[in-house]
Design a protein around this ligand. Structure first.
Ligand SMILES: [Zn+2]
Length: 579
């Protein structure tokens, strides 16, 4: 790190794996004399999916998953990846050990998370600090209480000891050649309640050699004005790098992070896709483009911004949580336009209807087609797919769409099936495989081996009815791939699962791309309930190849037939785009 003076403002240059980030802190050189700051030229992006993000309900990552997520974050070009809390769980110790051997990071630096030493314990005797050193990551991010009430009620120690814990821990880690960031937990609540104590925690960390002081809105309830004011006040008292770590409980995490940067923070912590406990952490998928495209502040390398959407979707895939279609910048629906008039105006001048050019973040404008759509919308959709359909064909497709939507199809939510329909209208024929027949048998058998199964599962687990009654579903699919006739059978936990397994068994060997394509969601809706079991069933299947997702549809009086249609379209669509 070198320090040089330009226009009276300290400028620090950090080197991260060959990429230079320059931070102009943008505060007055005169201490205690805050002036409206200039925006920094660049901020460091710090992703904490692997630590804080993993606190999300239902999100659980194996060490392999964590390594894959880290690779994606590095591919995107974040500055720091917080890998976990070594010592808090064995998985994180293993992660750091394997990361050392298996991860080659290009832009990112790995960070290990921990806490300060415990109250009344010497640093050299403290296990948490020992684990941080043993993790072997070049940076340690340690959390400290900065709200006096937490010191009294959670730590049950004195404020002086709380400050000493910070100073001792930072100094100890610095002596072991670690770069140190301090996460000031509950900083904004603490600053409101007892600013003197909150600031003394930061001062102790800085004096002991902490490189970044990270102000955390741990309860996530602060509003932008509070955050901006507090960051500005801290900015005027220190020349250390300031970071911002927000939770989204008041729906303000991204806004609070932007305000903090405008007040002088140059490290933004959060998670791609905004994962985290309760309402989540700052969504970096929104914070990054807001900073880069709207405030003109460098975040990830400029030429990698277009990786944002694919990486966000890939990570959603790895953590096994369906992407939110309405997620700003990267959601599937956020540049989708519906309705004839509106959609044709978008085609003429997109900037009238879109806040940024979607391709800048790797997303795309999408025309949504429904029975409400007119010829022009359909023609645009065809053009979007690179299909040339003349007026007569468009007219026929429109008639077919109306007919199918009347039967219960809903193409607005089934982009995959719509694309196949348009391609077929243009004369395209799917020649991957042809289906001779399929069959599904669900066997609701006797109470076989129920007790034995229960033993295996364990006494505390209630076996599912499928286990208790030995219910199995088996599907057989007969297809022709080229000149070859293939028959395959698979078992599954339900008809779709079994059919999917059988179809993959039959054609998988011929189409290795199938390995990367799988179903992520399956939704059934019964239409026209007045007809009881004779009602129409609509099935939607979501699929992904790891980067793109698509939805296909099937409609029938028979739920298995409807499922098959959706499944068939899903596989054909996947194979078509894998080519
Ligand atoms: Zn947090």
């Amino acid at each position: 790190m070198s320090t040089e003076k330009t226009t009276g403002e300290p400028v620090e240059t950090h080197q991260h794996g060959g990429v230079h980030h320059t931070h102009a802190h943008g505060h007055s050189a005169h201490a205690h004399d805050y002036v409206v700051p200039e925006l920094p030229e660049a901020v460091d992006i710090f992703d904490t999916i692997l630590r804080d993000g993993s606190q999300q309900e239902g999100l659980s990552l194996t060490v392999d998953d964590k390594l894959r997520v880290a690779e994606q974050l590095d591919h995107l070009g974040v500055t720091y990846i917080e890998g976990g809390w070594p010592g808090a769980n064995p998985k994180d110790i293993e992660f750091f050990a394997r990361a050392k051997k298996e991860l080659t990071l290009d832009t990112a630096t790995l960070v290990a998370f921990g806490s300060t030493r415990r109250a009344g314990v010497k640093s050299e005797k403290d296990e948490v600090l020992a684990n941080l050193i043993a993790a072997g990551a070049p940076v340690a991010c340690i959390v400290a209480k900065s709200w006096d009430r937490h010191v009294a009620e959670a730590l049950r120690t004195s404020l002086d000891e709380a400050v000493a814990m910070v100073a001792d821990s930072v100094r100890y880690l610095r002596q072991h050649d670690l770069r140190v960031f301090l996460d000031a937990e509950h900083f904004f609540d603490g600053y409101r309640n007892n600013p003197e104590f909150a600031l003394s925690v930061l001062a102790a960390a800085e004096e002991a050699g902490a490189e970044a002081l990270v102000l955390c809105d741990t309860n996530g309830g602060s509003l932008p004005d509070d955050v901006g004011g507090a960051v500005a006040a801290v900015r005027s008292r220190t020349s250390a790098q300031l970071g911002i770590h927000c939770h989204n409980d008041a729906g303000c995490a991204v806004a609070n992070s932007l305000v903090a940067v405008q007040a002088g923070a140059t490290q933004v912590q959060g998670c791609i896709n905004g994962y985290g406990e309760r309402a989540g952490n700052t969504d970096l998928s929104a914070a990054i483009p807001n900073l880069s495209l709207k405030l003109n502040i460098r975040t990830i390398p400029v030429d990698r911004l277009e990786r944002l959407t694919p990486v966000a979707h890939h990570i959603a895939e790895l953590v096994n949580i369906a992407p939110n279609p309405q997620q700003p910048y990267v959601g599937n629906s956020v540049f989708a336009h519906k309705g004839g008039l509106h959609a044709s105006a978008v085609a003429r001048s997109a900037d009238l209807y879109e806040h940024v050019q979607p391709n800048k973040v790797g997303n795309g404008t999408r025309v949504v087609v429904s029975e409400m759509a007119g010829r022009s919308t359909l023609a645009m959709k065809a053009a979007e797919l690179g299909l040339e359909l003349d007026g007569e064909v468009i007219g026929r497709v429109l008639d077919e769409l109306k007919h199918l939507e009347h039967e219960g199809y809903h193409f607005e939510v089934a982009d995959g099936s719509l694309e196949l329909l348009l391609r077929r209208a243009s004369g395209w024929v799917s020649d991957f495989f042809t289906v001779e027949s399929f069959r599904v048998i669900t066997d609701h058998g006797a109470r076989r081996d129920a007790e034995a199964d229960a033993d295996v599962v364990g006494a505390t687990t209630t076996p599912s009815p499928a286990v208790l009654f030995g219910m199995t579903t088996e599907a057989t699919v007969k297809v022709h791939v080229g000149a070859e006739r293939v028959v395959a059978t698979a078992e599954g936990n339900g008809p779709v699962n079994a059919l999917d397994g059988a179809l993959r068994g039959a054609i998988g060997p011929k189409f290795p791309a199938l390995e990367h394509i799988h179903l992520t969601d399956y939704r059934v809706r019964v239409l026209d309930t007045g007809r009881g079991t004779g009602a129409i069933t609509r099935v939607l299947v979501d699929s992904t190849d790891g980067e793109h997702t698509w939805t296909t549809i099937g409609v029938s009086e028979n739920i298995i037939e409807a499922s098959w249609q959706a499944l068939y379209d899903s596989i054909v669509f996947g194979l078509l785009h894998a080519e």
